[in-house]
Write a protein that binds this ligand. Sequence first.
Ligand SMILES: [Zn+2]
Length: 224
Amino acid sequence: MIRQVLVCTGKVLPDKSDVNKQEAREHLVSGNCLYLTPDLYVRLDNLVREHAGMPLEVFDLDERRSGVLEPMDWANCSPAGSDRYRRSSEKVSAEITAIEIANKIPLDEIRSARRLELDLVRDIPLELFYEWLVWHEIHHSVHDDPVVAAGLDNCVHPEIKSAGDRIKIMQAMELEADRASFNRLFPESTLKAGTPAGIKKVRSIEPYLVLLHEIRAKRGIKRK
Ligand SMILES: [Zn+2]
């Protein structure tokens, strides 16, 4: 099991023991997938409720992918329709705001994922991968990124003048959420892209972090 301590601040502290890390890995990994376990779900749900003020929902990856979900969509923080509410035998649908995560994540997708600065295999230990993913979504959620992104689709931000600007703002959101989630796990470490081309790309996106903060400020979204 993962030896982590959920303290009153909500911060999850990873155990430093290699033996326990190995146990955690064996417990979470089966076949070609990383699995969300019941114990881990409880800890992460507490984290999401404390830091984002909403529940953590789990979706079945295979079921969702029979629909429209793209590969590597392992989580999201958009308002979700839910039909889990029932009044006697009648299903009652309601829209709830929740962070959603997949019940499992294929390991080959983790290996082949391309992030702007993060190398998910090098930088995020597998036993902390779900926690990193949840912190990433918490960051999006508390900064109202789904709403800002919807505004980009509907061209409501006058600061965004071109399709290129729109892509860079979306990349800035991802860059920031990756940095924030990494810093939650490893507050003493700093991320850096692994290649000169990667560093150059990050530098081209960083000015858009300023624009992103301006858009949030106009919406009354405070930086946390
Ligand atoms: Zn994201």
